[in-house]
Design a protein around this ligand. Structure first.
Ligand SMILES: Nc1ncnc2c1ncn2[C@@H]1O[C@H](COP(=O)(O)OP(=O)(O)OP(=O)(O)O)[C@@H](O)[C@H]1O
Ligand SMILES: [Mg+2]
Length: 150
């Protein structure tokens, strides 16, 4: 089952992130894919704000993983864009069982390492500000989130 959400501007994208955040639980994994500038980092920033994380979320392009501990739950923000196949020594799987929430940009780069239960979100650029979000939940908890936040 796929869920479609049309965003007409940044505010719509932020609202979607806030709605999903309101259904959060420990170990939640959100996998974002979509072209450069589609809104993966904007979604993550809005999610972090809703979590009440104080630090500014910056793109973890050079670090691959950044951890933020000041919110209601820890947030592990990953960006796989510059990965170059080094995934095996990153210890990524460890994060999926920690208590925090993992959000992965360019998650399609590490498809085989992703947990079975997760929320996949594909973002398509339709116009300057228009985006289509396709949410694909894997597992009961994530299905429920989609039903309640779309
Ligand atoms: N509806 C929208 N939702 C999200 N972002 C939007 C929207 N309309 C315009 N934008 C703009 O698109 C850009 C999205 O940038 P963002 O850094 O989030 O993309 P990204 O998917 O993380 O790209 P990258 O692959 O380079 O990391 C921002 O400049 C944002 O203001
Ligand atoms: Mg980004």
């Amino acid at each position: 089952m796929e869920y479609k959400f049309t965003s007409y501007n940044l505010e719509d994208t932020m609202e979607l992130a806030e709605n999903i955040e309101s259904e959060k639980f420990p170990n939640m994994v959100i996998c974002l894919t979509g072209d450069l500038g589609s809104g993966k980092t904007m979604f993550t920033k809005a999610f972090a704000k809703a979590l009440e994380i104080e630090e500014e979320i910056t793109s973890p392009t050079f670090n691959i993983i950044k951890e933020y501990e000041s919110g209601e739950l820890p947030l592990y923000h990953m960006d796989m864009y510059r990965l170059d196949g080094k995934v095996s020594n990153l210890g990524i799987e460890e994060y999926f069982t920690k208590k925090g929430i993992t959000i992965i940009e360019w998650a399609d780069m590490i498809e085989e390492y992703l947990p079975k239960n997760r929320l996949d979100i594909k973002i398509k650029i339709v116009g300057e500000e228009k985006r289509v979000f396709i949410l694909e939940p894997h597992g009961k908890k994530y299905e429920q989130i989609c039903e309640e936040s779309i």
